[in-house]
Design a protein around this ligand. Structure first.
Ligand code: M6R
Length: 348
């Protein structure tokens, strides 16, 4: 249910942060700082929220030329990182109550930083203790495995990265329009992705017969690969790992054989060919490839792929928001096929 709510939820976020008609940003929440004054930004979160932040890092650095330090909160709070009172720290959390993230927020507050919270629960402690609250507007997330909160966090971070790019003079009016258009189209594309569910269910039934799965991706699809692995292990209890595709040859390639399905997340982008060469390395070792790509990707890729899930060809800026959905559906249907409790996984 929550996976299916995503087109509406993302649309709510886009509606709040974007002026669809003017194709410009319309961030309603005034910031207590100017992105132009920052020399870097610190981000801290846990689990899926951390992986959303990691994708955000690519966006902030690419579109706003703003360096981002990001850590899992349980490391950040203890690792005695040098912090500057002139910089801002953002905390991402569905609940707004996660202990390590909250402790990191208080740590940055003590260091005199400006504090921003990307939270789903508006009344949460993190929201109360922040200078700026950017609500993710996902609505209540009841399933323990985060789905719509993740894509809404991504939508907020994408909007914020464009805002930072404009404030820092990195993005022209024309580029702002292009990026805003891409964001505005995301909900419609997300709806189309949901139509792939029958195919994904069939692939998931097959996936449920394996005990290990590897996820690969480059660029923003690398954190998404880790999110895919997290989702699968969390609800189906199948062991899964997410890797940067370029790291394959530095170790994980030793695992590849016919018993290791490899899910490659690679909508067509400027480094697609690089990922294709990693797929060839997998295919040469008998690995079964499940490729999540778009129509352009299908045209380029060879025939060494066991299954191809074709999502709409969107701007690569918003591709992770769309590619997240097949990744979630794969985990969901695998868990259903295995008979595990998708809403309330054990031990969580
Ligand atoms: O409420 P939070 O976003 O702070 O929770 C952080 C993590 O516990 C959470 O994202 C977790 O990893 C997901 N529920 C996994 O699906």
């Amino acid at each position: 249910k929550e996976i299916h709510e995503q087109p509406d939820a993302v649309s709510r976020v886009v509606g709040r942060f974007v002026d669809r008609g003017a194709r410009t940003l319309a961030v309603q929440d005034p910031l207590s700082f100017d992105f132009a004054d920052l020399s870097r930004m610190t981000v801290s979160a846990c689990g899926t929220a951390y992986l959303a932040g990691l994708i955000g890092k690519y966006w902030f650095e690419r579109y706003a030329r703003l360096p981002v330090d990001i850590d899992v909160a349980s490391e950040f709070r203890y690792r005695e990182m040098p912090l500057s009172a002139n910089d801002a720290a953002f905390f991402i959390s569905q609940s707004g109550e996660t202990a390590d993230t909250l402790a990191s927020l208080r740590y940055c507050r003590k260091a005199g930083m400006k504090i921003g919270a990307v939270v789903n629960v508006r009344e949460s402690t993190m929201a109360r203790e922040s200078d700026v609250v950017l609500p993710t507007l996902a609505g209540p997330e009841i399933g323990v495995a985060s789905t719509k909160a993740f894509t809404c966090q991504l939508s907020v971070l994408a909007s914020l990265a464009v805002r930072a790019g404009v404030a820092r003079g990195v993005i022209s009016k024309e580029q702002e329009k292009t990026l805003v258009r891409a964001l505005s189209e995301a909900p419609r594309y997300a709806n189309q992705v949901l139509k792939l569910e029958e195919q994904i269910e069939r692939i998931a039934r097959e996936l449920s017969r394996y005990s290990d799965v590897l996820y690969l991706g480059r660029d923003t699809n690398f954190p998404l690969a880790m999110e895919g692995a997290l989702k699968l292990k969390e609800i189906s209890y199948i062991h899964a790992e997410g890797y940067a595709a370029g790291e394959l040859k530095h170790g994980p390639i030793a695992l590849i054989d016919e018993n290791m399905p490899v899910i490659v997340i690679a909508p067509h982008d400027r480094i697609f060919e690089k990922t294709v060469s990693n797929m060839q390395e997998v295919a040469a070792r008998g690995g079964k490839i499940i490729l999540i790509t778009d129509a352009e990707g299908v045209q380029t890729v060879g025939h060494n792929v066991a299954e191809t899930i074709v999502i709409p060809h969107a701007a690569s800026f918003v591709a992770p928001i769309l590619a997240a959905i097949p990744v979630q559906l794969l985990a969901y249907h695998t868990a259903v096929a295995m008979g595990t409790d998708v809403d309330q996984p054990r031990n969580l």
